[in-house]
Write a protein that binds this ligand. Structure first.
Ligand code: SIN
Length: 308
């Protein structure tokens, strides 16, 4: 029997596999494909205080490898989340991590304040990194001082664990990681999508109505892995890896660089049932390699001498 138990801050997870925000609905939309207890934790789509219609279509485009999205944080707002989503999650045994977003510091704080009293929510993931609001130019994603002050302000209104979701679209992600740790984050999710673009040279049109959007899928895995590693090296708080993960081997690569858990996103679109067996795939792969607990893999790259 392989143990997949892992810890992300104060959360004990039955396995290190989480759904990535925005790829698994808000609540139980995916239950027909994946039993909730197959996951270590379930991460909601981003919730904002004020309902958002999101960006104009087209806002999803397939590419040669992965896809571009510019959804623009479409959601029905915190009040609807509380009234319609949270009650249906009450009986779940798996921890729920609610991803919160906003266009200002005050909006992040208000979202956390309104949701903080709900015991169904095990932790918040603070979405500092959506590339699809204001063209990816919101300062939370790229300015360490702003990111730190958002985490510090949210910290003041909730006792729940806070994970900061970072953007890869920065020159030094380690600076962002240190800033959110200084602001009081209990963990980091690394990373959100890469800013990308698609055009049709025949028509001269952009693929997305917003021209640019977030690029995700297997092609970004090496970038995401590097970002996750840099975060692990920069901070003491746990890191949750995210980006291009679709196989058991991918999961273990992110753990090997020091991540305590991982998230799967785009891969669930091409294979909605993937997360129903990915934890078992990880257990099987570890067993085949004579490893009896996933903890032994975490940070493995730091346990062997560097190549000459
Ligand atoms: C979106 O809603 O635009 C995607 C969410 C994100 O990238 O954070």
């Amino acid at each position: 029997m392989v143990s997949l138990t892992t810890h992300v801050g104060s959360l004990e997870l039955a396995n290190p596999i989480l759904s990535a925000s925005g790829t698994f609905g808000h609540g139980l939309e995916m239950k027909h494909f994946v039993a909730p207890d197959c996951l270590g934790a379930w991460v909601s789509k981003t919730v904002t205080v004020v309902p958002r219609e999101g960006n104009p279509a087209p806002r999803i485009r397939e590419t040669e490898a992965g896809f571009l999205n510019s959804i623009g944080l479409e959601n029905r707002g915190v009040a609807a989340y509380i009234a319609e989503v949270l009650p249906s999650l009450r009986s779940l045994k798996v921890p729920i991590i609610t991803n919160i977003g906003g266009e200002s510091l005050e909006a992040f704080v208000e979202a956390a304040e309104l949701l903080s009293g709900f015991a169904e929510i095990a932790a918040f993931e603070v979405n500092l990194s959506c590339p699809n609001v204001d063209g990816g130019k919101l300062p939370f994603a790229t300015d360490p001082h702003v990111a730190e002050s958002i985490m510090a302000s949210v910290r003041k209104v909730t006792d729940k664990p806070l994970f900061a979701k970072l953007s890869p679209n920065v020159s030094r992600i380690s600076d962002m990681a240190k800033a959110v740790e200084a602001g009081g984050a209990h963990g980091i999710t690394a990373v959100n999508t890469l800013l990308g673009m698609q055009v049709d040279w025949r028509s001269g049109r952009f693929g997305l109505a917003t021209r640019m959007g977030g690029y995700s899928g297997t092609a970004i895995k090496p970038v995401a892995l590097r970002c996750a590693y840099e975060c692990v090296q920069a901070v003491e708080i746990p890191v949750i890896g995210c980006g291009g993960i679709s196989t058991a081997s991918d999961v273990l690569e992110f753990l090997a660089v020091g991540c305590s858990a991982i998230q799967v996103g785009t891969a669930s679109f091409s294979d909605p049932g993937l997360l129903s067996h990915l934890a078992q795939d990880v257990a099987n792969l570890l067993a085949e390699n004579g490893v009896d607990q996933v903890q032994d893999i975490i940070g493995r790259v730091n346990q062997v001498p560097a190549r000459a």
